[in-house]
Design a binder for this molecule. Sequence first.
Ligand code: OAD
Length: 229
Amino acid sequence: MKIVILTGAGISAESGLGTFRDTDGLWTKYDLNEVATPEGFARNPALVHEFYNARRANCLKAVPNRAHMALARLEQYYFGEVLVVTQNVDDLHERAGSRVVWHMHGQLSRALCAACNHRWDSAPELTPDDRCPACGARAVRPDIVWFGEMPYLMDEIISALMAADLFVSIGTSGNVYPAAGFVDIANQTGTPSLELNLELSDTAPAFTQTRQGPASVLVPAWVDEVLAR
Ligand code: OAD
């Protein structure tokens, strides 16, 4: 038995990290075209670094919540396989103890050279003057997948979804593709699906079952159910 779990900003909301599209979300305060696109980075790298430096600092201060902990517990005690595919760029799943976590939108803790594609552990703050440790180019960016770029590990994620026995989506608004289309892949292969979200997402009608509430309550309760079976 294999469970594939997709997580989004909602699972980290109760750890104090802002979501994107809620009423006080990050995309109500920042223009995503300026801070989350390759074109925005080319126009104003200092602004983009400032945005992600602030997010990296918030992430360092945050601690995993009961939902992250519950998923780590599921991976540890479930008799089958558990894969967490996250859209989140924080490391709260790993800090909670999950070992198999695929970051489809990249990670704040990593830096990427736009000139040679070298990747390394990011300093707490990046600036436009930084040089790539491999090729020396002044082309250092956060290792984050921006709008218009291809998310990481897509072939592997699609294969995992096709082999899954259950697909669970937690804390994501169903706004951003390809992640928003994962439930369709589950439906095409006849795999049951469950949405755990504060409110019904845009893709809620496609799920076999939906539950509404905070992740810190819903996720531990669902994990208890699965482990008790
Ligand atoms: P969104 O901000 O779009 O959606 C967050 C979802 O979490 C909403 O549906 C909320 O109702 C729900 N939510 C909020 N608090 C919650 C809680 N305590 N418990 C459970 N659910 C809660 O964030 P994402 O769907 O993750 O990409 O956004 C997807 C992508 O869009 C992000 O990875 C990011 C963003 O632009 C890039 O930056 C490329």
